[in-house]
Design a binder for this molecule. Structure first.
Ligand code: HEC
Ligand code: HEC
Ligand code: HEC
Ligand code: HEC
Ligand code: HEC
Ligand code: HEC
Length: 264
């Protein structure tokens, strides 16, 4: 049985990693969760936009951006335009030159007229390739955080538990105050393979980051447990749990963080 399990495991890892990552190299810790947005920048003669999740998730919940502000959970799909940002939508919700975060005004996004001085501001988002200062900023930030082996090399969950980060979940004028829905119980997702530890899924923890709306109904359609039948291969292909755990939340290489329940 053990042998069968390991053979299966190897197949899953191999096909999974090749299909999910292709020949892409493993990202550096500071690059994990980075999204390059380039629907209109290049054709307008500007460098593509680089969006880093690590900076933003240390300050805001996933829910705030992906539900209240309305960013898609897939690179390039939102179709952000400079005009949207100037109207105070998308990046412009916060990057409007007025919104204050930790006592500092957040720099403004796109504008039609700009001076040479403003050009530096454009380059904060519209930049190509490597930016050594950002790498430094990341290292300085990560140094103070609880460590993890994969992804950003940061245990985000622990960082929040210990109060090192306090992600904001509500923006005046953007978010709607609503009664919190009752939180569902944690449950084990039984694995079809003997010897493989079950996955424990915590509704409670996931709701703190994502609310309900990020997952239901888009990612997990039928809310009745067991109505979505999915395999590890689906997850590796970026579906179900893989929507987040391939690119932003801790990656799939961290098998034991999901397959956790001790085998009886
Ligand atoms: C806070 C981040 C941010 C900053 C700062 C920023 N932009 Fe943008 N800009 C974006 C995003 C995101 C897009 C959409 C990118 C895409 O899909 O290619 C965009 C797109 C654009 C486009 C493409 C045309 C269009 O209609 O979408 C232009 C032109 C543009 N920005 C001009 C500027 C100028 C000029 C500045 C500096 C004064 C600037 N931006 C600063 C985020 C930013
Ligand atoms: C400040 C806003 C913001 C926060 C906070 C945020 N995101 Fe995102 N996220 C974005 C934007 C912007 C994109 C790119 C959308 C686009 O290109 O159209 C994105 C894209 C994604 C993608 C797709 C990545 C890819 O490579 O295709 C995933 C998955 C994702 N986010 C998950 C999360 C999770 C999980 C959290 C919380 C831990 C989170 N996001 C927090 C703004 C945010
Ligand atoms: C919910 C609010 C919010 C949204 C939405 C948001 N940001 Fe930010 N962003 C921030 C805050 C706060 C900071 C830290 C500000 C600072 O350091 O001055 C930041 C920092 C950044 C930085 C780092 C700048 C630097 O020099 O270190 C970049 C780049 C950036 N954002 C790009 C974007 C882009 C591109 C989008 C849209 C796709 C976006 N942000 C959407 C709040 C937001
Ligand atoms: C990170 C994703 C995620 C978030 C966030 C989330 N859920 Fe779920 N939910 C799931 C998954 C996965 C299942 C099981 C679906 C399956 O296996 O078919 C589920 C199942 C359920 C079920 C059926 C439970 C059962 O025993 O049959 C209900 C009801 C539900 N969710 C409600 C909620 C509510 C209410 C919230 C917010 C308070 C929420 N969910 C937040 C992923 C999520
Ligand atoms: C909408 C995005 C999203 C989806 C979908 C999602 N997760 Fe997560 N998950 C997160 C985030 C964000 C964290 C916080 C830790 C991090 O970012 O590394 C997390 C943390 C976890 C943790 C560690 C915390 C804990 O519960 O003990 C486990 C285990 C986990 N996820 C399993 C799953 C499983 C299994 C599924 C699919 C049934 C799933 N996740 C679907 C975003 C998501
Ligand atoms: C984000 C959580 C998560 C991570 C990380 C994860 N898995 Fe899974 N895994 C699941 C879920 C959910 C299932 C489906 C459970 C079921 O069988 O109903 C699953 C199923 C499996 C199965 C059962 C057979 C199949 O194909 O569905 C195997 C084998 C497996 N995983 C191996 C691995 C290995 C090896 C790793 C590390 C490279 C890994 N998993 C990482 C969530 C995860």
């Amino acid at each position: 049985m053990k042998r069968l399990f390991f053979a299966l495991l190897l197949t899953v890892v191999f096909t999974g990693i090749t299909s999910a990552q292709g020949v892409r190299r493993k990202p550096q810790a500071y690059e994990y969760g980075q999204v390059i947005i380039n629907n209109s920048s290049s054709s307008a003669g500007l460098a593509p936009v680089t969006f880093d999740h690590w900076i933003h998730r240390s300050k805001f919940t996933c829910r705030l951006c992906h539900v209240d502000i309305g960013f898609a959970m897939k690179a390039g799909v939102t179709g952000i335009r400079a005009a949207d940002n100037m109207k105070g939508l998308y990046c412009g919700t916060c990057h409007n030159g007025k919104y204050e975060h930790q006592g500092k005004k957040v720099f403004e996004a796109c504008s039609r007229d700009f001076s040479r001085e403003d050009g530096k501001r454009c380059e904060k988002c519209h930049y190509k390739g490597r930016n050594p200062r950002k790498e430094q900023d990341f290292l300085k930030f990560a140094e103070r955080m609880p460590k993890e082996r994969f992804g950003n090399g940061i245990n985000w969950e622990k960082a929040e538990d210990l109060g090192y980060i306090k992600p904001i979940d509500y923006l005046e004028g953007i978010s709607v105050k609503r009664k919190p829905l009752p939180v569902q119980k944690d449950f084990a997702i039984g694995s079809a393979v003997e010897g493989l530890p079950d996955t424990i899924f915590s509704h409670k923890k996931h709701t703190v980051w994502n609310g309900c709306e990020v997952c239901h109904p888009d990612i997990f359609v039928g809310v009745k447990r067991g109505s979505n039948k999915y395999s590890m291969q689906d997850v590796f292909e970026g579906k179900y749990c893989g929507v987040c755990h391939v690119s932003v939340a801790f990656p799939l290489t961290d098998c034991q963080r999901c397959h956790i329940k001790p085998v009886q």
